[in-house]
Design a protein around this ligand. Structure first.
Ligand code: HH2
Length: 428
């Protein structure tokens, strides 16, 4: 069932778990386990009970060396399972337009395409017309050939450039940007070193402004890192460690086989990431450091007027970050990384067109409060030389304050606006 008009980051809170249900005889990890539709349905239901936000049903293995299956065979595998899951949150893992169309008719809400709309020219239209969510995955070559000596100059910038191009393509085909997430495609045409570098530098992909879905679960890279150079799979424990690491570097949705363990591990990782809330709830007097980032210039297409949405203009961001006394240690590890904060502001601005400055300021404040070790953050967004109704203003501005706990209590940013103040050309 597709939640009309809801951006993907509101539909899925961060982190969310996507359970894998492969209705195949040959998937690298769960091949054959869920080939019977009744088994697939009960696996999927169990995953949802264990806390998965969605289950990803697929009828074609994309493991290295796998050969493609026919349309008829893929439909035969997935349709009975999808029928058995009617009314539940389902994603369809396919590159075929006809499979996606049937799945969407049966209630799937997300199309997970490992070819990033390069496999079937009709798929973009199916997604655009249905309004479904879409995951665009990086893959070098095809599953049959992708692991034959993959080479990159700089794997992260090449994957980023690819995903950016596919994002532009999907949007030009009519898929709303706010419904799209991106995936670096762990194991899809990458060596162990490439996969590790992609995970290490995941934050650079997050600057593309779309939520990141990451699939590491049981993949051979994990078994190889754990010491077996010929490993074809990784363990559940290695998968949990990798998922937490990916979350800490910006992953939004984790695609996994072992749902319960991942839900628990990620819940702990999220609680740690937002731990300043605990301090904020206690005596606040000890938290005496305020860091200011003033006049951060970031272009954006925000506003009520059509021309504002078409032509970029510069917005000025002022951030006041209240951090704990630990930051006085003079060690960067204890402080907030301003560059990362600025990148996050840029990503929020690029990720959505806001009509109102208040909403833009709230989205930035939510992101900073949720993802950085701050006790409190105040964000002011200024639009210089605003001209509402013929008036001339030096600027208009909106200011929003947030604490990490605000984010924890709910994931719909706009519902959480607590203190919004709009001023006109005055100092804070
Ligand atoms: N990995 C696989 C399949 N689909 N989709 C996304 N978005 N990201 C991934 O990393 C990804 C994916 C491969 O894993 P699996 O489904 O477990 O195996 P198989 O392709 O052999 O069915």
């Amino acid at each position: 069932m597709i939640a009309a008009g809801v951006p993907i980051e509101e539909r899925f809170s961060r982190p969310s778990v996507m359970g894998i249900v492969n209705v195949t005889p040959d998937s690298f990890s769960d091949g054959g386990v869920n080939l019977d539709p009744d088994d697939a349905v009960s696996t999927a239901r169990r995953m949802l009970e264990e806390g998965a936000a969605i289950v990803d049903v697929g009828g074609e293995s994309t493991r290295p060396g796998a050969t493609a299956v026919s349309l008829g065979e893929e439909l035969r595998r997935v349709i009975p399972a999808l029928e058995g899951l009617a009314g539940l949150p389902v994603s369809i893992d396919t590159s075929k337009a006809d499979v996606a169309r049937r799945a969407l008719e049966l209630g799937a809400e997300l199309v997970n395409d490992v070819t990033a709309l390069r496999g079937d020219p009709a798929l973009a239209d199916v997604v655009a017309e249905s309004g479904a969510y879409l995951c665009l995955v990086h893959m070098r070559g095809t599953p049959r050939t992708m692991q034959t000596d993959p080479r990159y100059e700089d794997v992260v910038s090449e994957v980023a450039a690819f995903l950016e191009e596919r994002l532009r393509f999907a949007v030009s085909a009519g898929v709303r940007e706010e419904r799209i997430c991106l995936d670096p495609g762990i194991g899809f045409g990458k060596s162990v070193r490439h996969n590790l570098e992609l995970l290490h530098r995941l934050g650079e992909l997050a600057t593309l402004g779309r939520p990141l879905l990451v699939g590491l679960s049981r993949k051979s890279v994990l078994g190889r890192v754990a010491g077996d150079p010929g490993a074809r799979t990784g363990t559940a424990a290695a998968s949990l460690g990798a998922a937490v690491s990916a979350f800490e570097r910006g992953a939004w949705i984790l695609r996994v086989h072992d749902v319960r363990g991942h839900v628990e591990a990620l819940e702990v990782a999220r609680a740690v990431a937002t731990a300043p809330h605990a301090r904020a709830a206690g005596p606040r007097e000890s938290s005496g450091v305020t860091v200011e980032l003033r006049g951060l210039e970031i272009p954006g297409r925000h506003g009520l007027e059509e021309h504002e949405r078409e032509r970029e203009q510069t917005f000025l961001y002022d951030l006041w970050l209240q951090v704990s006394d630990a930051a006085l240690s003079d060690r960067i590890e204890d402080a907030v990384d301003y560059r990362a904060v600025a990148e996050r502001v840029r990503a929020v601005s690029a990720g959505h067109q806001y009509s109102l400055l208040e909403a833009l300021a709230a989205a930035v404040a939510d992101a900073v409060a949720a993802e950085f070790p701050v006790d409190r953050v105040r964000v002011r967004v200024r639009k210089p030389r605003a001209r509402p109704a013929g008036l001339t203003l030096e600027y208009s501005a909106a200011t929003v304050e947030r604490a990490p706990g605000d984010w924890e209590r709910g994931s719909i940013p706009h519902a959480l606006v607590r203190s919004v103040q709009t001023d006109h050309g005055q100092s804070p």
